[in-house]
Design a protein around this ligand. Structure first.
Ligand code: 13P
Length: 248
């Protein structure tokens, strides 16, 4: 049985003081869950979150990283830097980074390799635009993105990678994919992984759904056959709402 993994993606929200307060509120609300709980926060919050989450069941992730370990890349943060402060996860290839910051399938692949080399667990985002969905291209787009993201990884590395299926038209719009559609898309990603890496890997890899997940739809989404939890944006910003999703 795969574990459910529920990750909050705060995006560009909360300073360290707000982050610390949030964490103190969230801790008692999720302490009894068997699900994996992750908060992916802005870089400046990470050190404080790692320190204050010690001894709890909440893990901390970043929202991006550079693929080199060090060098002349002004404004960037590397995987080895994240590892050095105790971060355990990193979101890679979020659609907002692909759209606004020129992230490509190639840089996504390089970042995943660097994350794994630095013993960080990547949460890799794939998803189709509304246009692609309307043209019936969803499965083609997301299986291609998955294949390119994972290119050159060993089976063991793929098992250590989390995929987040986030249809772009569902992000921040209040429009959630139906649980059937989301489950079918995730099944097609799992089938693609099976084709390349075999059934055992496909059975083990965690694939989340993201896009307007909230307390009222979490249960329906997370109790399908193939959806292994969620990557939650807006609804992760309030501890009580996020806790309800974790404890769906
Ligand atoms: P929302 O939950 O706000 O739709 O955002 C989803 C997302 O982009 C998580 O990475």
């Amino acid at each position: 049985m795969r574990k459910k993994v529920i990750a909050g993606n705060w995006k560009m929200n909360k300073n360290p003081e707000e982050a610390k307060k949030y964490l103190e509120e969230l801790k008692p609300l999720v302490e009894n869950t068997e699900n994996e709980v992750i908060i992916c926060a802005p870089f400046i919050d990470l050190k404080c979150l790692v320190k204050n989450s010690k001894g709890s069941n909440i893990k901390i992730g970043a929202q991006n990283m550079h693929f080199e370990d060090a060098g002349a890349y002004t404004g960037e943060i590397s995987g080895s830097m994240l590892k050095s402060i105790g971060v355990e996860y990193v979101i890679i290839g979020h659609s907002e980074r692909r759209q606004y910051f020129a992230e490509t399938d190639e840089t996504v692949n390089k970042k995943i390799k660097s994350a794994l080399k630095n013993e960080l667990k990547p949460i890799v985002c794939v998803g189709e635009t509304l246009e692609q969905k309307e043209e019936g291209l969803t499965q083609e787009v997301i299986t291609k993105q998955t294949k390119l993201a994972l290119e050159g990884l060993t089976k063991e590395q793929v098992e250590n990678t989390i995929i987040a299926y986030e249809p772009i038209w569902a992000i921040g719009t209040g429009k959630t994919a139906t649980s059937d559609d989301a489950n079918n898309s995730i099944k097609s990603i799992r089938e693609e992984i099976c084709k390349i890496y075999g059934q055992n890997v496909a059975n083990r890899v965690i694939i989340q759904y993201g896009g307007s997940v909230k307390a009222s739809n979490a249960k329906e989404l997370f109790t399908t056959s193939d959806i292994d939890g969620g990557l939650v944006g807006g609804a992760s910003l309030k501890p009580d709402e996020f806790a309800k999703i974790v404890n769906y």
